[in-house]
Design a protein around this ligand. Structure first.
Ligand SMILES: *Cc1c(COP(=O)(O)O)cnc(C)c1O
Length: 450
């Protein structure tokens, strides 16, 4: 049987890994996984790790989930894939029916892409194209939030605002309006999340008031800017934004690729603001983290603006080879069924409360500026100076020390810069949460001791 070392040697001679400076692997171990079971990942040497980041936020029901496995196996014996133009299949129909039924009211049409970034491209193009079809040809621009992230293909990158991923490619990207983030980390001392979000909204409102005639849509990540260091905000911002978008005739695109499917405490984050966006992008957890799939939901009124005789050239001619893949749809259907039968939203409430208690002690840590949580996402932000919140120099890579410590103690805790976060599969136990908190505590102590 192979060992870690053998697989890693073969890997490093042929692969180029995502989001990685490959030279790091001269001293950082690359970890080959041979098996997954629930929250556990096991490497080729038999070491085990609790997957505290849900394998990049996708896996919500555990690895090797028997019910999803069965659904994919059964689908595999019937149909692995078929073109979705001119043809259709039962899993994609059933999934679309269910998504329409479970998402906020008014989202009645589903278009598919095969990953999150592509789904964002779909929403942006559809919004622009809608306004073109409606004769509003001056509407050609988008508004995004500071610190936002919407994926890494060029248009998705353009509407994002994380410098680490974006700045190199700036010359290639379309120009967007960027409104200040409602990220409550920056609220004044004693100021509530709600008050801060209302204050931050003023600038957004100004952009919309001044430029709405050239704006197609505003795109946001509801409640949590995950890739932007798990920064969080109050639902009131979404409510105000919905009102302003309606007032000024601008679409609202909700990117729930990371936060959809129970992550924030409700099935969808938009529910906490009581709003329906014009476009809703869902991916990641949609298939339980099994297979790539993205659903972009929109309103019938938008769909109707494309519906006409062929010769009018109003159709949305966007496509991806694996659009609506049946295996991915089968995994998604099984995932949605588990949501229902296992009462996950209810169960998550208890897990989230446990997570909150387990992380309480970090508030008093001399190098922790903030512990924040929204549902099943919790984050601990390390700083050099607790009082002024002066951050550690990014080049010191202190988060990496937490990561390395955690790997030695059965935990995959992959920080974002100096932010250690917990975004585990919903099948985690309270005891496992306690273990993660202990490991993070030791890791942060080590990472901040000099
Ligand atoms: C991950 C993510 C994306 C991009 O999805 P990919 O499948 O990685 O292309 C877009 N938006 C948000 C909010 C995400 O977290």
């Amino acid at each position: 049987m192979s060992s870690n070392q053998e697989i890693v040697a073969r890997d490093l001679s042929v692969l180029w890994h995502p989001c990685t400076q490959m030279k790091d692997h001269e001293h950082l171990p690359l970890i080959p996984i041979r098996r997954g079971d629930g929250v556990w990942l096991e490497d080729f040497d038999g070491n085990r790790y609790i997957d505290a980041v849900s394998s990049w936020w996708v896996n919500i029901l555990g690895h090797g989930n028997p019910r999803i496995n069965r659904a994919v196996h059964e689908q595999l014996d019937k149909l692995e894939h078929v073109i979705l133009a001119g043809f259709t299949h039962e899993p994609v129909v059933a999934l679309s029916e269910q998504l329409v039924a479970m998402t906020p009211p008014g989202l009645d049409r589903v278009f598919y892409a095969d990953n999150g970034s592509s789904g964002i491209e779909v929403a942006l193009k559809m919004s622009f194209h809608y306004w073109q079809n409606m004769g509003h040809t001056r509407k050609q621009r988008f508004v995004t939030l500071g610190n936002s992230y919407h994926g890494e293909t060029l248009a998705a990158l353009a509407v994002g605002d994380v410098a680490l991923y974006k700045s190199t490619y700036k010359p290639l990207l379309m120009d967007v309006f960027t409104a200040p983030s409602p990220d409550c980390y920056h609220r004044a001392e004693g100021e509530s999340w709600e008050a801060y979000c209302r204050r931050q909204f003023v600038e957004m409102k100004k952009i919309l008031a001044e430029h709405h005639e050239e704006i197609c849509a505003v795109i946001v990540e509801p409640l949590v800017q995950c890739a932007g260091n798990m920064r969080m905000y109050h639902p009131v911002y979404l409510k105000l934004l919905r009102e302003a978008c309606d007032k000024y005739g601008v679409h609202l695109i909700a990117d729930e690729i990371a936060v959809g499917f129970g992550r924030t405490g409700t099935l969808f984050a938009c529910e906490q603001a009581g709003i329906t966006p014009d476009f809703l992008a869902l991916s990641k957890a949609l298939t339980g983290g099994y297979l790539p799939l993205c659903a972009v939901l929109t309103r019938n009124e938008i769909y109707q603006a494309f519906y006409d005789d062929y010769n009018t050239m109003r159709a949305f001619l966007h496509s991806h080879s694996f659009t609506g893949n049946p295996l991915a749809c089968a995994a998604a259907l099984a995932t949605l069924e588990i949501f229902e039968t296992d009462n996950l939203i209810e169960r998550n409430r208890e897990l989230a409360a446990h997570m909150s208690r387990a992380l309480e002690r970090f508030n008093d840590h001399p190098h922790v500026a903030e512990v924040r949580q929204t549902g099943m996402i919790a984050a601990v932000e390390m700083v050099k100076d607790k009082r002024t919140r002066e951050p550690y120099d990014w080049q010191e890579r202190r988060g990496l020390r937490v990561y390395q410590h955690a790997l030695k103690h059965q935990a995959l805790l992959r920080p974002l810069g100096n932010v250690t976060y917990f975004m585990p599969p919903y099948v985690i136990t309270p005891e496992q949460i306690d273990h993660l908190a202990d490991v993070a505590w030791e890791g942060i102590n080590l990472a901040t001791k000099d």
